[in-house]
Design a protein around this ligand. Structure first.
Ligand code: AMP
Length: 425
């Protein structure tokens, strides 16, 4: 047993899985950049006050924040999500609107670690600041939908709802509180405690005991203002126009306090754990102002990388192995030919690996086979002497003697042309 292990709720993302994560973010970037979103990299920690805006009745703020005092006496928190920090960045830098950004990075929440729930977890997401257009909500949802499609996922369900404007939401919360209090003796102890903190969250209860009460609860739809109702109708019309299937879920409230109007969640029906939400988002029209910026509407979403990849595993899509190796160099003389040739071939654009430590021919050939390389380039004393090398096609076992100076052309004839990585002229 080594002295140290990863902390609870954290993991090493090892190869080849880490490569899959990188490809995941790259594919996400490709889709959202095609719609004008640009990459943003906000800091991993901020003044705690930035995140307190997520709501003092939310678990994220009350129980899960990684906050501490730094050596300068500042109250700091590791980000539990990206949206608040991006709104703080907007308020600080005042870019022109609409400001369309995307991100990929880690968040930190002190949660009970379990399958699909970690203390350090990664998300990709987008945010748009500066427009109230309901068709922008549709574009944002469509970005998420298209990304899931591009991964090959078939079992993702989109749920949408409207939380109305602030006043609608406040009136609804009051009505909900009264209703839940009138039936509180039927609720589980956990739901009773949640009711004191945040009645909306009682609607999220997964406990069978709470179900009958939740089913009978008033819904937000009855409390929507005419403007909020019209906004939501346009969102729905836009989803229909793009043929994106959805379910209107009147109980969908989302965890954070800053949402108004449109909220949505992507749920994977392939995940059998309690954690089936692969992503979610919505409109947060008051957040920038809350953070001291100009009144600026916003809308966005975040997708959990861990959970989306779990969904990919269960649907057997977006599989990825280690990167392919074009050639493996076996040098049984002194390693100098391997050093020189691998450098030359990599510069010419090939993927090249080699053995180290002056091992025997047999042991180097074993590593070459294990690497999955398509070709082995072998340098023995004769080859080193004559300036040749033996090229062995590891798929067909064909073998030929090639002048080292012609290796690039010969390798291209077997594995295909590559674009040079460096100009070595
Ligand atoms: P949220 O910011 O809570 O709306 O989460 C958005 C998405 O991030 C969720 O749908 C999950 O896929 C993912 N997520 C949230 N919390 C965690 C966590 N603790 N561990 C892993 N993924 C998470």
């Amino acid at each position: 047993m080594p002295s140290f292990q990863t902390s609870p709720g954290t993991r090493d993302i090892l190869p080849p899985q880490a490569g899959r994560w990188r490809a995941f973010s790259a594919q996400f970037a490709d889709i959202v950049e095609s719609a004008g979103y640009e990459c943003i990299i906000p800091p991993m920690f901020e003044d705690l006050g930035v995140f307190l805006r997520l709501g003092d009745a939310t678990d994220v703020v009350t129980k899960e924040m990684y906050d501490f005092e730094d050596k300068g006496g500042r109250r700091i928190a590791l980000r539990p999500e990206h949206t608040a920090g991006i709104c703080r960045a907007f308020a600080q830098h005042r870019p022109t609107t609409p400001w369309k950004v995307w991100y990929s990075g880690s968040n930190f929440r002190y949660e009970k670690a379990q399958a699909g729930r970690f203390r350090q977890f990664d998300q990709v997401g987008i945010e748009v600041l500066g427009s109230t257009d309901p068709l922008l909500d549709v574009e944002v949802i469509a970005m998420g939908w298209q990304f899931f499609e591009s991964l090959g996922l078939k079992n993702v369900v989109l749920m949408v709802n409207s939380l109305g404007d602030l006043a609608d939401r406040a009136a609804y919360i009051e009505a909900l509180r009264q209703y839940l209090e009138s039936r509180s003796d039927e609720l589980s102890d956990e739901a009773k405690a949640t009711l004191q903190r945040n009645p909306l969250r009682v609607l999220d209860s997964k406990r069978a005991q709470d179900k009958p009460v939740v089913i009978g609860a008033p819904t937000i739809a009855e409390f929507l203002s005419d403007e909020a109702r019209a906004h939501f109708s346009t969102v729905i019309a836009g989803l229909d126009a793009l043929k994106i299937p959805y379910t209107i879920n009147a109980g969908l409230v989302r965890g954070l306090d800053y949402y108004q109007r449109t909220v949505f969640e992507f749920v994977s029906t392939s995940l059998d754990s309690a954690q089936t939400a692969v992503g979610g988002g919505g409109r947060y029209d008051g957040l920038v102002e809350d953070l001291g910026g100009p009144a600026t509407p916003g809308v966005g979403f975040a997708l959990g990388i861990d959970r989306t990849l779990l969904a990919c595993d269960s649907e057997e899509v977006f599989n990825m192995g280690s990167p392919e190796i074009d050639a493996f160099i076996v040098d049984v003389v002194d390693g100098m030919s391997a050093l020189r040739l691998s450098d030359e071939l990599r510069a010419a654009g090939f993927t090249v690996d080699r053995a180290y430590d002056g091992r025997s021919m047999k042991s180097q050939m074993k590593v070459a086979d294990r690497s999955g390389a398509r070709v082995a380039i072998i340098i023995g004393p004769d080859e080193a002497e004559s300036g040749n090398c033996t090229v062995r096609n590891l798929m067909t076992s064909d073998q030929s003697i090639v002048v080292q100076a012609e290796l690039v052309t010969h390798l291209a004839s077997i594995v295909g042309e590559r674009n040079p990585r460096r100009n070595t002229q």
